[in-house]
Design a protein around this ligand. Structure first.
Ligand code: S3P
Length: 435
């Protein structure tokens, strides 16, 4: 297993371009596989997760060609997928298994799909319920976990009031809705990322949105057409650099070509509220997504509380915020985030464990945690155990920059699930203290 040592830093400066957005890459790859013709994707995510999606689409009969971050996917239309003789492997990727299940529910063949040990422990009932209501027959281990066996077939449209704010569940229902008779609509209890809606529109599906309801109309065109598309840089990856730069007063960092979709930028509001110095520059749009640069300068972060409807909008960035807690004035408190316990790891327990290893004062709660701020003392280097979770490894690599001694990240390569070049990019923009 790979280990990485991170030394304390004194400043973060220069420029960085995070890899393509993971959420968007999954969606473009899946939709390209059920579109007619070839889709050319530039800046496709290097993330292992998105390569799991590409491999699944290939097994289902789409043609996939990869040249670094340029990906070409050729599909044979909405009814053009073929059954895969072997079980599909979603790897570590919740988005792959949950979204693809929506597509598989509409096929006239049966598919098995599973993932790694972590993914096979994550809840799937949330997608099984609506997809079964639409007419798919799905079996799951203990009625909740992968491996899933999805016997697709004729689906009927449903009006689904989602019990939870989840973009993955919303997307699974909408994708199944492409294959269903009649209208499909989803009502979300709180806003979640809308990349699926934007991507469907871009591929030519006339979807409608009214407030928190999304409809796929009964009589609309259901034909997707391949095209050239650019994937924005991943804001969730950029956040590690926003945090790193904010930690040191002399920092000045330019982050290039990042996705700034308003359903993802709540994290920038949280940083701004905490006193971070962030500027968005050079905004433009591509396929309905907003892309821009972010300039970050060092700041004294205040800290604060993150709770309620904001949680689903910043769910992937909470590990970084929690790990920043000891470097803020008031500390960080996270509430209403029990969902963190069923991510790639139990992120509440794993954050608490590793923050304590670094000497931070932390209180664990069922739905969050409270991390004491600077007044509780300095943070020391430690041996970090990410439990295979990419965002934990990266969050603590950043916290390590502010520690009093070097930190070792065990199994550091797990960062590759979303950001394979993370440590190199971090090293390039970091100047270290002599110790
Ligand atoms: C994602 C949605 C979120 C997020 C995940 C990616 C997506 O999950 O945490 O990393 O691409 O739709 P939930 O839908 O479970 O909240």
């Amino acid at each position: 297993m790979s280990k990485k040592t991170i030394h304390p830093a004194k400043v973060v400066a220069g420029g960085v371009a995070p890899p393509g957005d993971k959420s968007i890459s999954h969606r473009y790859a899946m939709l390209a596989g059920i579109a007619e013709g070839t889709t050319e994707l530039t800046n496709f995510a290097l993330a292992a997760d998105c390569h799991s999606t590409l491999a699944c689409m290939k097994s289902l009969g789409a043609e996939v060609k990869v040249e670094k971050d340029l990906v070409r996917v050729s599909g044979h239309g909405l009814r053009g997928l073929k059954s895969s003789w072997r079980s599909l492997d979603a790897g570590n990727s919740g988005t792959t298994i949950r979204l693809l299940s929506g597509i598989l529910a509409g096929q006239d063949f049966t598919t098995k799909i599973a993932g790694d040990d972590s993914l096979n422990k994550r809840p799937m009932k949330r997608i099984l319920t609506p997809l079964r209501e639409m007419g798919a027959q799905i079996s799951a281990r203990d009625e909740n976990f992968a491996p899933l066996e999805i016997r697709g077939g004729k689906l009927r449209g449903i009006h689904y009031q989602m019990p939870m704010a989840s973009a993955q569940v919303k997307s699974a229902v909408l994708l199944a809705g492409l294959f269903a008779d009649g209208e499909t609509s989803v009502i979300e209890p709180a806003r979640t990322r809308d990349h699926t809606e934007l991507a469907l529109l871009e591929f030519g599906v006339p979807l409608e949105r009214h407030g928190r309801t999304v409809h796929i109309p009964a009589n609309g065109e259901r034909k997707l057409t391949g095209k050239k598309m650019e994937v924005p840089g991943d804001l969730s990856s950029a956040v590690f650099f926003i945090a790193a730069a904010s930690m040191f007063p002399e920092s000045s960092l330019h982050i290039q070509a990042v996705g700034l979709n308003p359903t993802r930028t709540a994290i920038l509001d949280v940083f701004a509220r905490m006193g971070a110095s962030i500027q968005m520059l050079s905004l433009r749009s591509a396929q309905g997504e907003i892309i821009g640069d972010i300039a970050v300068k060092g700041a004294e972060l205040k800290g604060g509380v993150i709770a309620g409807a904001e949680i689903p909008l910043v769910i992937d960035e909470l590990p970084m915020l929690a790990a920043l807690g000891p470097f803020t004035e008031e500390g960080i408190e996270i509430r209403d985030a029990a969902e963190l316990r069923v991510k790639e790891s139990d992120r509440i327990a794993v954050l608490v464990e590793n923050l304590r290893r670094m000497g931070a004062q932390v209180e664990e709660r069922p739905d969050g945690l409270k991390v004491a701020g600077r007044g509780a003392g300095k943070i020391r280097g430690a041996e970090i155990e990410p439990h295979g979770d990419h965002r934990i490894a990266m969050a603590f690599a950043v916290a390590a920059l502010g520690a009093t001694s070097p930190t070792t990240i065990r199994d550091a390569d797990c960062a590759g699930v979303s950001y394979p070049t993370f440590y190199d990019d971090l090293a390039r923009v970091t100047e270290h203290t002599e110790i």
